[in-house]
Design a binder for this molecule. Structure first.
Ligand code: SAM
Length: 217
């Protein structure tokens, strides 16, 4: 697999099995910041606890780490990933994130491992399928839902998974994702989220779900 450049100058990867890239052509870093970090309000949270579905190239993690380090807050990050990439490939993912460089180097030295920790916080990775992965209850302040699209990678967008993600969020916690697909949005509401359509960058709409209601079932 070969890295490609997105329009903001940051790299992505094309996955031949899914027939899609890991990030939108408008920018890997751009999406990580404007959608996942900011639309979940993680960039303002004093004690962020992020649950990510699809760790991929760790762009979202590194952007979130950078924000936490700049603000002097401790980050707790739990990710589910069923197809971890090699440390050799991840080492080529160069991002302009200076504060997190030392932590990133430490993670690369140990990758793949289930837990990394330091004064900066903690990264835990569940290597498996989100349909079966053990998830904490009422823990996350944010969910980054970032699998491939519902068309080619339907499982993580399904009602049973969305109910599990709702259960993992604290009340008021936010889920963000790039998809605006109708069936997914209906399932999100059914899973107990208040649905918000937000303007996307390079895309008409993104989706934010707020864990406002008591989850059903
Ligand atoms: C779009 S990429 C994620 C990009 C990543 N968030 C980043 O910041 O670089 C989608 C990821 O979801 C993972 N994935 C797809 N289906 C999954 C599932 N059912 N369970 C766990 N991970 C899954 C893929 O292996 C892939 O790494």
């Amino acid at each position: 697999m070969r890295l490609l450049l997105t329009q903001d100058g940051t790299p992505t990867l094309f996955h031949p099995g899914y027939g899609e890239a890991y990030h939108p052509r408008q920018g890997a870093l751009l999406q990580a910041r404007r959608l996942y970090l900011e639309k979940t309000l993680t960039h303002l949270h004093p004690a962020p606890r992020v649950l990510e579905v699809g760790l991929g190239l760790l762009v979202n993690f590194r952007v979130t780490l950078e924000s936490a380090l700049r603000r002097g807050v401790r980050l707790r990050y739990l990710a589910v990933e069923r197809e971890p990439l090699s440390p050799e490939l991840l080492a080529q993912v160069s991002l302009p994130l200076a504060q997190g460089a030392a932590v990133w180097a430490e993670i690369l030295r140990g990758w793949p491992r289930e837990r990394f920790a330091g004064p900066w916080g903690e990264l835990r990775v569940v290597f498996g399928d989100v349909r079966e992965a053990p998830l904490p209850r009422g823990w996350a302040t944010a969910v980054y839902l970032d699998p491939f699209s519902p068309r080619v990678n339907p499982e993580p967008w399904s009602l049973p998974v969305l109910k599990r993600l709702r259960g993992a969020l604290r009340p008021g916690g936010r889920l963000a994702t790039y998809s605006a697909q109708g069936a997914f949005r209906l399932a999100l509401k059914e899973a107990g989220f208040a649905l918000h359509r937000v303007p996307g960058v390079g895309k008409r709409e993104w989706t934010v779900g707020i864990a406002a209601k008591v989850p059903r079932g």
